[in-house]
Design a protein around this ligand. Sequence first.
Ligand code: NAI
Length: 358
Amino acid sequence: HMSDGECISLEEWEAKKYVESFPFIMVKAVVLGAAGGIGQPLSLLLKTNPAITALGLFDIVNTPGVAADLSHIDTPAVVVGRLPPNDGLKEVLKGADIVVIPAGVPRKPGVPRDDLFKVNGGIVKDLATGIATTCPKAFVLVISNPVNSTVPIVAEVFKKHGVYDPKRIFGVTTLDVVRASTFVAEIIGKPSAAPDIVVPVVGGHSGVTIVPLLSQSSHPLPSDLASDKFDALVKRIQFGGDEVVKAKDGAGSATLSMAYAGFEFANKIIRAINGEKGIVAPSFVALKADAAGAAELTKELGAELEFFSSNVELGPEGVVKIHPLGKITSAETELVKAAIPELQTNIKTGVTYCLEKL
Ligand code: NAI
């Protein structure tokens, strides 16, 4: 951007370029469960985003060490790690714009996500209380499973504290979207296309509630794809997490791919906060977040649901629009139908838990 005759040193230019390429509203991001399998790589990735100027890390163990380690990386974010004593949670959350929650126990082989609820429900409730009372305006990104039930918990806690804004609470389903891109690229034989492949994945985040809309893939599947191959692809996207749980053989579930996916979604939120228009991503949100979008979606679903994952347009205040499913095939309609009762049960589990505990 040098005008005629203007001459600046390389150093000045670097400094200028830095500021010009990030005319950002700088954000404070916080990770709750930051010492865990997802928490550590996710915190590392967030530390690399120059739009993040403060990074708060909270866990019940090891956060001072993780924070000290990350603080040596030469990116702008100032890193602080705290443990529970002395209001560590509140200290970390103060002034947060984005709070990502990967706290809780992961799956072991043979354990469905719903079985995690007993432990993770309580963890998410306590952390949500901390957010509601410290930084109620923050965007909350819930990773802790079962997402279909933990997102309703956050919503109920915020309602209880009178600070509920359905536009700002998100269940992170991005890993399903990332897996869909990767697996579709494998089928069409173009691994290098994977980052550009966009497949909407709707419904929720567990087993049959994960509904890939392959007919809307940006890169169409081969028209002669055998139906058993198609069914296997759908199953693989729905149960891809099991491949990792099995391979890790008792040592947990997806952590690195989840950290990548969580970072992808957090970055979209940060871009939206900064006023970038037209950012769309699937996320598990309260349909209350967009009444008009919800009405259309409810008509398509033929059922009332409080929460659903659909393509969501993001803006500086959170959810701008919940997109309808649009044109889907009869096979996809069947998948959606199968997801609905399970989703209703999962959502009720979260809400009922809060009615009893709050
Ligand atoms: P992990 O066990 O490696 O890490 C969890 C961390 O949470 C630990 O460091 C633990 O100390 C911490 N923690 C426990 N109670 C806490 C509390 N009250 N406050 C703060 N931190 C607390 O587990 P991992 O593999 O990182 O998974 C975390 C969660 O993410 C699990 O619930 C897992 O099921 C879920 N997950 C979600 C995915 C998604 O697509 N949404 C994908 C993969 C995992």
